[in-house]
Design a protein around this ligand. Structure first.
Ligand code: AMP
Length: 375
């Protein structure tokens, strides 16, 4: 069996590494000659909208998937016309536009922060007057990791002008959301196969710095059975509505025990990297299994786990690996401010007494290496 992957970043690389022991070969398309997945799969170096390259990949594989959600519409259509493309292109359509995404979630009964569409400056004034401040103005499309966003703390015209200019001053459609005073950010990973079998990973807590994920704790602490059930129910509704096949991440705000959905990613996700060592089956392997029509694997956690993103620069491997139980993943990328260069996972094993101390030691090493300027 052969799996095509659109995109050759670290997610494609980890998908290919999970596919390999299952006897599944991977072929990917990426415009960069330095794409991290080159180390583990066959590469077609081409732009994502290079129709000939997409069709060449389609010809070589049994099924295709993608590792990022901003797949150009034309590329998704070209691929889907030539080979089975999973998750289904509908998941791309919904997740690419924050307004369509929030409307879809709301229609499924999944609560979100209150929001309004904002297409011009007058609509921004009306939306701020309705939702109140603080609120956050976001571009509807192509935003990620906090990019294309501006938080409004005051509702005067000067503040609106500033936010309006920051997100592109009417050149692109936007959405205004109430800025919710969440206690923590949680992420629910779900995997669904073509027959509708659904498995949930435990709810995890995400720690962001200036919009970028720094650390993930799995499972999240103090999760009541009711909270866990809500998170699962929200993710299951979304996955079944989309006819989803593969791994999906639903990002949630915990506001006083109520879960509000922020967004979802129709792919394997950074908040699930801990599953490689910390769960019975990794998110990558389960994504591969789902899209290749194989039975899903168990999703239980083996113990507590924590993952750190290695951003901007990487601490010396010897220092990291000297911490018992630390697992290092380097993506083969050159250092640059805020670039995700790798991650590190620590898994708690039976009888562990110093998990928290080792977590703190690793965090100190990671923080010392990454001096992160304001993005
Ligand atoms: P996003 O690109 O939508 O994932 O946003 C990046 C980060 O900004 C999130 O992880 C939150 O920390 C924060 N954020 C986004 N939207 C809101 C909101 N409506 N209320 C509070 N914080 C938000």
């Amino acid at each position: 069996m052969k799996l095509g992957i659109l995109g050759g970043g670290q997610l494609a690389r980890m998908l290919a590494m999970a596919a390999h022991p299952l006897g599944i070969e991977t072929v990917f398309v990426d415009p960069s000659p330095h794409a991290p997945a080159r180390a583990v799969g066959a590469a077609l170096t081409a732009a994502y909208d290079d129709r000939a390259a997409l069709l060449a990949m389609a010809e070589r594989v049994d099924v295709a998937t993608y590792e990022f959600e901003n797949v150009p519409d034309a590329a998704a259509r070209a691929l889907a016309g030539a080979v089975l493309l999973l998750p289904p292109p509908e998941a791309l359509r919904v997740s690419q536009d924050r307004l369509v995404e929030k409307e879809a979630l709301a229609s499924l009964g999944v609560p979100t922060p209150p929001f309004r569409a904002v297409d011009d400056r007058a609509a921004l004034r009306a939306a701020v007057d309705t939702l109140g401040v603080p609120c956050v103005l976001k571009t509807r499309r192509f935003g990620y990791d906090g990019k294309g966003q501006s938080v409004l703390r005051a509702g005067d015209d000067a503040a609106l002008d500033r936010a309006w200019a920051l997100v592109g001053a009417g050149r692109v459609p936007c959405i205004l959301e109430r800025f919710v005073p969440f206690e923590r950010e949680l992420s629910q990973l779900v995997v669904r196969d073509a027959a509708g079998d659904v498995r949930f990973y435990p709810l995890v807590q995400s720690f962001h710095d200036r919009g970028i994920l720094r650390e993930t704790l799995a499972p999240a602490s103090d999760v009541s059975p009711a909270l866990a059930a809500h998170a699962r129910d929200h993710a299951a509704r979304l996955a079944s509505h989309l006819g989803y096949v593969g791994t999906l991440a639903l990002e949630l705000f915990d506001v006083g025990g109520t879960l509000l959905a922020n967004e979802f990613a129709p792919r394997v996700h950074n908040s699930g990297h801990w599953t490689i060592e910390g769960a019975e089956t990794s998110q990558f392997e389960n994504h591969v299994r789902a899209v290749c029509g194989l039975p899903l694997g168990a999703t239980g956690a083996l113990g507590r786990a924590v993952s750190f993103n290695l951003l901007g620069d990487v601490p010396p491997s010897a220092a990291l690996l000297a911490v018992p139980g630390a697992h290092l993943h380097l993506y083969g990328k050159s250092p640059a401010p805020w670039r995700k260069l790798g991650h590190l996972t620590l898994v708690e094993r039976a009888g562990d007494t110093d998990f928290d101390a080792r977590r703190a030691a690793l965090r100190a090493l990671v923080d010392a290496a990454s001096d992160l300027p304001d993005p």
